[in-house]
Design a protein around this ligand. Structure first.
Ligand code: SF4
Ligand code: SF4
Ligand code: FES
Length: 389
């Protein structure tokens, strides 16, 4: 570490996206060259440019150590905390050696690199009732909960509300009404908390909302963007698993049916049979799904999308009539994965943020049951096992 810090100052050129909506002028790029030690942060570079060259550069920051979540920007196209991104690393990732810094995406720009978090991020957080709806009667002193339950929600508690995941969420780009990764991760924080009294109600609400848990497209962008390893997509998948697996919630958006059809098709054929997916999602999870009246109605309304898929060669007549084929040996390998997962006595998920181990490494470690919050007895109580927050 000492060696890194001993490196002498170098020049770094920053290309900043500037925009002042009140000026009536279009956004533009602005370049400044700063001189700093390479291990310094992009935020320090921006602040130096502001101090030395242009005091009107807009940037929001506070702690400068990845804690307050206020300095979210896009560096070379990817959401990051400016104070948590080293200048040398940013330069290596730049297309032409110039570090490109823009405001975060999916949120309106207030000025230059400052976005309006209230207009999008905080509204969505409020949408998921981000507080505990306590089980009654409230104990006189404190709730006693299992250590596992607290470990289970700690990953979501690590969120610093920086909005990086919101910025890069592809589903939100297409559907700005999507509740989004940060708010859904926050929802898991209470769904997974054994002291909360409204697990079913919360999940049912988020499942029935057309812009809720089934609106996520599994693109992993939020996982990559998060500086705190909250793994928002993973939390959304956990919400789905508890909603479907534990509460058997069947949503009006076909999310549950779509997921069932998807997994059944992959299990049966080793690959997704796209042409079967839609009818099965709408009409029922079998070859007869397409003949169900509900499927016909939905298929009719999906005609424009189907035509587009045909025009782009994504669906062909043969593809619609016959599933893809893979070698038998490969199909068996795919099905072996299903057997392994389905034969488990209980569903479990390891919290990588806490264990730092993947599933194989951790096979000897005690698993944390998903939804343990709701189901596991509020038992092993040591001083560390109690929670009162
Ligand atoms: S995985 Fe889902 S929530 Fe995360 S960025 Fe992609 S679409 Fe958004
Ligand atoms: S989940 Fe991660 S990226 Fe999203 S707001 Fe929280 S800390 Fe930031
Ligand atoms: S300034 Fe606080 S997280 Fe960057």
């Amino acid at each position: 570490m000492a060696e890194v810090r001993d490196r002498p100052p170098e020049q770094f050129t920053l290309r900043l996206r500037r925009y002042d909506p009140e000026s009536g002028e279009a956004p533009y790029w602005d370049e400044h060259t700063v001189e700093l030690e390479p291990h310094r942060s992009v935020l320090e570079g921006i602040l130096q440019a502001r101090d030395k060259f242009d005091g009107s550069i807009g940037i929001r920051c506070s702690c400068r150590q990845a804690i307050c979540g206020s300095c979210g920007v896009r560096v070379n196209g990817e959401a990051s905390l400016a104070c948590h991104t080293h200048l040398d690393a940013a330069k290596r990732g730049a297309r032409d050696g110039v570090i490109e810094i823009e405001p975060m995406g999916n949120m309106p720009v207030l000025k230059d690199l400052i976005v309006d978090m209230d207009a999008v991020h905080w509204k969505k957080i409020q949408r998921v009732t981000p507080w505990l709806l306590a089980k009654q009667p409230v104990p006189e002193r404190e709730y006693l909960v299992s250590r596992e339950s607290m470990v289970d929600v700690t990953q979501t508690m690590a969120c610093i509300q920086c909005g990086a995941c919101v910025s890069d969420c592809l589903a939100m780009e297409v559907d700005p009404g999507f509740i989004g990764p940060a708010a859904l991760a926050k929802a898991y924080r209470f769904v997974g908390d054994p002291r909360d009294d409204q697990q079913f109600e919360r999940l049912n609400d988020l499942a029935q909302d057309p812009q809720g848990i089934f609106d996520c497209t599994h693109c992993f962008k939020c996982v990559d963007a998060c500086p705190k390893d909250v793994n928002p997509m993973g939390q959304i998948m956990r919400l789905r698993r508890i909603a479907i697996g534990d509460h058997h919630i069947v949503d009006e958006n076909n999310g549950e049916r779509h997921e069932a059809a998807f997994t059944t098709l992959v299990k049966e054929y080793g690959l997704l049979w796209e042409a079967e997916l839609l009818p099965r999602s709408y009409g029922g999870n079998s070859r007869f799904g397409k003949f169900a009246p509900a499927a016909a109605k939905e298929l009719l309304s999906s005609l424009p999308a189907i035509l587009k898929a045909v025009l782009h060669g994504k669906v062909t007549l043969m593809g619609a009539l016959k599933p893809h084929k893979i070698p038998k040996r490969d199909l068996k390998s795919v099905q072996a994965i299903y057997e392994k997962i389905e034969s488990r006595k209980e569903r479990y998920e390891l919290n990588l943020y806490i264990t730092g181990q993947d599933e194989d490494e951790a096979s000897s470690a005690a698993p944390v049951a998903a939804g343990a919050g709701a189901e596991s007895p509020a038992a092993p109580t040591s001083p560390e096992g109690s929670a009162n927050q």
